[in-house]
Design a binder for this molecule. Structure first.
Ligand code: GLY
Length: 373
C-alpha cells in the first residue's frame, strides 16, 4: 500500500539517550521504512515473527524491506504465552548468535505482545544487548506492551517474573495490521486505551465515550492509539523502572490478573480481564467512598457500549470464587510486605496507588460482586 506520510502520527518517547518514536497510523510500516533501514545497517532485517501474523502480512512486509534494500531473515515463533518460556528464549538466543547478530544491528519483533516481550528480552541479553524494533500486530501490543521497554518471560512461578527493561529503538504501530485481528481481540486491546484515560485523562475518557464504537475504527482508532501511547510515554518518562508512578499503569490489572489466573485455560483474553478489573477498581473505589458512584456507573456504561465485560457474570472462563481470586491477588508483584497493593481512583482520570485495603474487606467486596446482580 502507498503510505500517506502526512497522516501518520508520531509520538516521541522521551528517555534521553534511549528515546524513540512510535509511528502510528494506516501505512506506518511504509512510512517508517527509512528509519527501519537505518536501524539495519548490514542490509538484513532479522525478524522474529509469529507465523500467524506473517501469513497475513508477509508480502507487504517484504515489499517495504525490498524498497529499502533489506533482505529478511525470519526466525518464526508461534505467539501466545507459551512463547515466553526459558526454552524458547534459549532457542532464540542461539538462533541470534548463529546469525551472528551484531550490536549495531537490530532485531525486529513482528507479532503480538508475547513475541515482543520474548524478542525484547533476547535482545536485552544477547551480546549484553542489541537493538530491537517492535512491529506489534495486535491492538493490545500497539497501545501497551510494545511501548515502555518491559521485556521478559514467564516461569512456573508466575508471569513476567524474569525479564529486563530494554527500550526499543522504534515502534511501528500500523493500524492496517489490525485488519486481520478478530473483533474480540480488537475490543480486548481497546481496554488498555480506556485504562489510560481512567488513570489520568478525563477529557480522553469523555472523547472515547463520545466516539463509542468509532474509537475502534479508522481515524477514531488512530486518535485513541496516539492518546494512549502519549499517555503511557509520559508515565514511562517519569518512572522508567517502575519505582513509583508507573505502577498506575496496572489499574484494573490486580483484579484482572486474578481472574486470568483462575479462569479455565484458553477461555479469557487479557484485555477482557483488564476491562472487568477497571470496573471493579471503580466500584471498589466508590464502595470506599473514594470516588463518586456516578463515575463507577460511567465506566460500566462505556464498557457495555464497546462490548467489554463490566460484571463478573459477563466474563468468560468462570465460575469464579472469592477466596481463590483473593489468593491470586495476594501473589501480585506489586505487593509489599504481604499487603495487597491496589490501584484505585478518586475520579475518572485520577487514579492512585494504595496499600491500605485490608484483605478481608477486598474479600467481602468480591463476595458481593459474585452475588447475582
Ligand atoms: N503494562 C504496564 C507497563 O508497561 O508498565
Amino acid at each position: 500500500m502507498m503510505a500517506d506520510v502526512s497522516t501518520l502520527r508520531r509520538v516521541h518517547i522521551d528517555l534521553g539517550p534511549e528515546s524513540y518514536d512510535v509511528v502510528i497510523g494506516e501505512g506506518a510500516l511504509e512510512g517508517a521504512g527509512p528509519s527501519l533501514a537505518q536501524l539495519c545497517p548490514r542490509g538484513r532485517a532479522i525478524i522474529v515473527a509469529d507465523p500467524a501474523a506473517l501469513a497475513h502480512h508477509r508480502a507487504r512486509l517484504e515489499q517495504v524491506l525490498a524498497q529499502h534494500g533489506l533482505t529478511p531473515l525470519y526466525l518464526e515463533i508461534p505467539g501466545g504465552e507459551q512463547a515466553k518460556s526459558f526454552h524458547r528464549l534459549e532457542a532464540l538466543c542461539a538462533e541470534l548468535l548463529d546469525a551472528n547478530v551484531e550490536r549495531q544491528e537490530c532485531v525486529i519483533a513482528f507479532g503480538g505482545g508475547t513475541i515482543g516481550d520474548l524478542t525484547g528480552f533476547a535482545a536485552a541479553i544477547v551480546k549484553r544487548g542489541v537493538k530491537f524494533v517492535q512491529i506489534p500486530t495486535t491492538l493490545l501490543a500497539q497501545v501497551d506492551s510494545s511501548v515502555g521497554g518491559k521485556t521478559g518471560i514467564n516461569t512456573a512461578r508466575g508471569k513476567n517474573l524474569i525479564g529486563a527493561f530494554h527500550q526499543p529503538s522504534l515502534v511501528i504501530a500500523d493500524l492496517t495490521l489490525l485488519a486481520s485481528l478478530p473483533a474480540r481481540e480488537l475490543r480486548a486491546g481497546y481496554a488498555e486505551i480506556i485504562k489510560a484515560a481512567l488513570i489520568g485523562d478525563r477529557a480522553l475518557f469523555t472523547r472515547l465515550d463520545t466516539l463509542g464504537l468509532e474509537a475502534l475504527n479508522g481515524e477514531g482508532l488512530a486518535e485513541a492509539v496516539e492518546a494512549a501511547v502519549a499517555f503511557k510515554g509520559d508515565i514511562v518518562r517519569q518512572d522508567e523502572k517502575e519505582a513509583g508512578v508507573r505502577a498506575l499503569l496496572n489499574l484494573g490489572h490486580t483484579f484482572g490478573h486474578a481472574f486470568e489466573a483462575e479462569a479455565e485455560k484458553g477461555t479469557l483474553i487479557h484485555g477482557e480481564a483488564v476491562a472487568l478489573g477497571l470496573a471493579l477498581a471503580f466500584r471498589y473505589s466508590a464502595r470506599l467512598s473514594l470516588c463518586a458512584q456516578s463515575d463507577a456507573r460511567a465506566v460500566e456504561a462505556h464498557l457495555a457500549k464497546v462490548g467489554l465485560p463490566a460484571f463478573i457474570a459477563e466474563l468468560p472462563g468462570g465460575p469464579y470464587e472469592a477466596e481463590g481470586l483473593l489468593n491470586r491477588m495476594k501473589d501480585d508483584k506489586k505487593n509489599k510486605g504481604g499487603v495487597i497493593t491496589l490501584i484505585l481512583a478518586r475520579a475518572i482520570g485520577d487514579a492512585f496507588i494504595t496499600s491500605e485495603c485490608a484483605s478481608e474487606d477486598v474479600l467481602a467486596f468480591l463476595h458481593d460482586e459474585l452475588k447475582p446482580q
